[in-house]
Design a binder for this molecule. Structure first.
Ligand code: ZN
Length: 451
């Protein structure tokens, strides 16, 4: 397969008339200043497509259902209560149909891959399915239907709180001890949907695992991505500090070998010292700005982290809205509103849009263990094309294009997307859109019938 782009971002350089050859999902040759051949797929502006580093696909089905205020009951913790009611009713078929819709929407938004932080493993009530990996296999099937690049992150979730309280209610579906969790990982490995798929581990958070369990699971899985939720909520920071004697990020950096394999999801509430220490660890901060705003989590310590050269990527987490430009814009705007300043998240000088986009491309690929995040020979062909003739982009210079994309353009400027060379979005539409939508609508009417 060969793609010809009028303009493309290669590393940090904008080039014209780029021809890209792709074999077995990887970029094998790059030439610029070349005319298109008649058989080339032609696009306007070509960019490395981002990895969406944090998703709980099933939560997409709750979007719009938790925005009503009731006296004294509008917090994150009541949002979680509705999620647990939902969980009592979700079947494997629902999970597959919802995940397929979510992955399709991600690709149409410009994400070539996803880190699915997968924590529903068991039947309602907590009994395992005949096959431990039943629900992981539903995620694999959704990844096959959509062609999205998948880093599957089965979650170790054992306790109902940092004092190792037992799980209850909806949480029973998450339940795994270390042994069964390791068996699940082993069962998933040969079932992954594509050659570029990865498997990692996701100890859910310091509230849902114990220090001993965390050590044991890390020892048993010496390779691959490690993702963990951390410091998302003020209450969580206080609970961890009371139980473990340190703030969550401080505790983790002192008690685990946090390095480039790691992705710390949210890391919202950090002191400046924690922020600099996380940046120096080489781990990725997995930021989910739309969800963090929706849940009222707080604002990431972005200016300090950027100055310290910290790696970051973005994820759509609850999937309340799947929009890549809005994710990046919300991240920057949260900093501007807090600091009463402009152009915050760029180190030194330069385009904020380009710093956000290329930073999230590199960090997202690192977090998912994918050779991607840049258009380069040997990398996976995770590519996205955008339409420069759009009124919000047509008058911009090359070096302003990503500012236009992040701050000015609406959703829907994506024309084409490839996940490891699989051409899944053409003319702005996913190639399996109609079938995926039909399945999703049927699943939702079934699910909501008795909610
Ligand atoms: Zn999450």
């Amino acid at each position: 397969m060969t793609v010809h782009a009028n303009t493309a971002l290669v590393g940090s350089e904008w080039v014209s008339d780029l021809r890209i050859e792709v074999e077995h999902g990887r970029i094998t040759k790059l030439e610029h200043g070349k005319d298109a051949h008649p058989s080339d797929t032609r696009v306007d502006v070509l960019l490395p497509a981002l990895a969406n580093l944090h998703s709980h696909a099933f939560q997409r089905a709750m979007a719009g259902m938790t925005e009503t205020r009731a006296a004294g009951r509008e917090s994150f913790w009541t949002w979680r209560t509705l999620m647990y009611r939902f969980l009592d009713r979700l079947t494997p078929e629902h999970i597959e149909a919802i995940a397929a819709l979510v992955f399709m929407e991600m690709q149409e938004a410009g994400y070539a891959s996803v880190g699915e932080f997968h924590y529903v493993h068991q039947q309602p009530g907590g009994a395992p399915y005949t096959q431990l990996s039943e629900l992981s296999q539903r995620i694999f099937s959704a990844a096959s239907q959509t062609g999205i690049g998948l880093t599957h992150l089965p979650v170790l979730y054992t306790y109902g709180g940092v004092k190792q309280e037992p799980l209850a209610g909806g949480q029973l579906r998450f339940s795994n001890g270390v042994d069964r969790f390791l068996r699940l990982i082993e069962e998933c490995q040969p079932l992954l949907p594509h050659a570029d798929s990865q498997i990692g581990i996701a100890p859910h958070s310091l509230r849902a695992t114990s220090p001993d369990d965390l050590q044991q699971v890390l020892k048993s899985t010496p390779n691959g991505p490690v993702h963990i939720h951390i410091s998302e909520q003020v209450k969580e920071v206080a609970d961890v500090e009371a139980a473990l004697g340190q703030r969550p990020v401080d505790w983790l950096l002192d008690n685990a070998d946090v390095n480039k394999r790691w992705c710390l999801i949210h890391a919202t509430h950090m002191t400046d010292d924690e922020t600099r220490a996380l940046a120096q660890s080489g781990a990725v901060a997995g930021l989910c700005p739309i969800t963090e705003a929706n849940l009222g989590d707080g604002i990431f310590n972005g200016a300090v982290y950027t100055d310290a050269g910290g790696a970051f990527g973005v994820g759509s987490d609850s999937n309340v809205r799947i929009s890549l430009p809005e994710e990046l814009r919300t991240l920057e705007y949260s900093q501007r509103l807090r600091d009463k300043a402009r152009t915050v998240l760029v180190r030194g000088e330069g385009s904020v849009g380009q710093a956000l986009y290329t930073g999230a491309a590199r960090g997202g690929a690192q977090a998912l263990g994918r050779a991607a995040g840049n258009i380069a020979v040997g990398h996976l062909a995770d590519l996205v094309a955008i339409d420069r003739s759009h009124p919000t982009l047509c008058s911009l210079r090359d070096d302003q294009l990503l500012d236009g994309l992040c701050f000015a353009a609406p959703d829907g400027t994506v024309t084409d997307l490839w996940s490891a060379g699989r051409h899944q979005v053409c003319g702005g539409r996913h190639i399996a859109r109609d079938a995926i939508l039909t399945n999703y609508r049927a699943a939702m009417s079934d699910l909501l019938a008795d909610l």
